[in-house]
Design a protein around this ligand. Structure first.
Ligand code: AMP
Length: 318
């Protein structure tokens, strides 16, 4: 499937939150040049051509339903001057039973338009059968750091993430891959995997992009009703609470977590606080107090959405 991207079968639906960039008409889109491919062979051929013409390769792995958070990674990759590849793949092996694999949004036309707008060179949108042509028997397990935070409540999730990223790195052979701080544990795990397995590439982690009320932009925010969406700002309020406690000298993790819990529990739409944890930003091991570079991370269920967020904190006397 090689597709010169110059036509839409339907009017692309662009989520309002992506509207920071004015979209061009389809007429001007026809003048632009972005390749959309579905097979590994095609990616390798395109990467080969790019390398032959002296380009370095940047990869932005995504599951699609692109929004301003993804766009920030794409922009960074383009700004860094790489031949920019965006992969769009809702990876089945990182979803557990009963999770939202089936209902995960897949607005491919809108995604392609966003990529086109942001000067992506190549979109790799494989089918599951391209990525997993036969039963997958080889897995990448990053130990220890995948057993806390999201790893505890989503067993197998990081095995799926690390495996698909290793496959994408082997397929695209990028010089740099871009990830978001929004998925803090994922970024740490992928960095560790790349180091442990000697991938000859750099992992760049870009800041979390937020809505005006502080909610981290996420493809899953669209699962929320307007009431739930409003209430979801409590995640960021809790993280801000944590920041101000640390600034005013409270470093004990239990005390901080108790205050953050109160902030979130006060909100009617919250169904469950899956975790609020304070861990070492590199090893992800629990910290009894904020005395070194700390990651404060949380996962909260609001209606149909499981939302995650985090901040990084320096030790108070840094
Ligand atoms: P996903 O499509 O959810 O797998 O995300 C693809 C990449 O985009 C991951 O590296 C995410 O961390 C990153 N990302 C998602 N949301 C945001 C955001 N709000 N800010 C920055 N990066 C993000």
């Amino acid at each position: 499937m090689t597709k010169r991207f110059n036509r839409f079968e339907q009017d692309p639906v662009i989520p309002a939150k992506v509207g920071i960039h004015k979209l061009r008409s389809t007429v001007s889109l026809e003048c632009l040049n972005m390749e959309v491919v579905g097979t590994i062979t095609e990616v390798r051929a395109a990467v080969g051509r790019a390398r032959n013409s002296g380009r370095t390769i940047g990869l932005v792995p995504t599951m699609g339903a692109l929004h301003v958070g993804h766009v920030s990674l794409i922009e960074r990759c383009v700004e860094d001057g790489h031949f920019t590849i965006v992969s769009i793949f809702v990876n089945p092996t990182q979803f557990g039973p009963g999770e939202d694999f089936e209902k995960y949004p897949r607005p491919l036309d809108a995604d392609l338009q966003i990529c086109q707008e942001h000067e992506v060179d190549l979109v790799f949108a494989p089918a599951a059968a391209d990525m997993y042509p036969s039963e997958n028997l080889s897995w990448v397990n990053v130990e220890k750091m995948t057993s806390s935070l999201c790893g505890r409540s989503r067993p197998g999730h990081f095995r799926g993430v690390a495996t698909v990223c290793a496959k994408l790195f082997n397929i695209a052979q990028p010089d740099v891959a871009y990830f978001g701080q929004k998925d803090a544990q994922q970024a740490v795990v992928i960095k560790k995997m790349a180091a442990d397995l000697n991938f000859q590439m750099q992992i760049v982690v870009c800041p979390t992009i937020r809505e005006a009320d502080g909610l981290a932009v996420s493809s899953r925010n669209q699962y929320l009703s307007s009431r739930q969406r409003k209430d979801a700002a409590c995640l960021y309020r809790a993280l801000e609470k944590c920041k101000s406690l640390v600034r005013s000298g409270t470093t004990d993790s239990k005390t901080i977590i108790a205050e953050m819990t109160k902030t979130i529990e006060a909100v009617p739409s919250v169904d469950d606080i899956e975790y609020i944890e304070i861990v070492d930003a590199k090893s992800l091991e629990p910290l009894a107090a904020v005395t070194q570079k700390a990651l404060v991370a949380l996962a909260v269920r609001i209606g149909p959405a499981r939302l995650i967020d985090n901040i990084l904190l320096d030790a108070p006397d840094d």
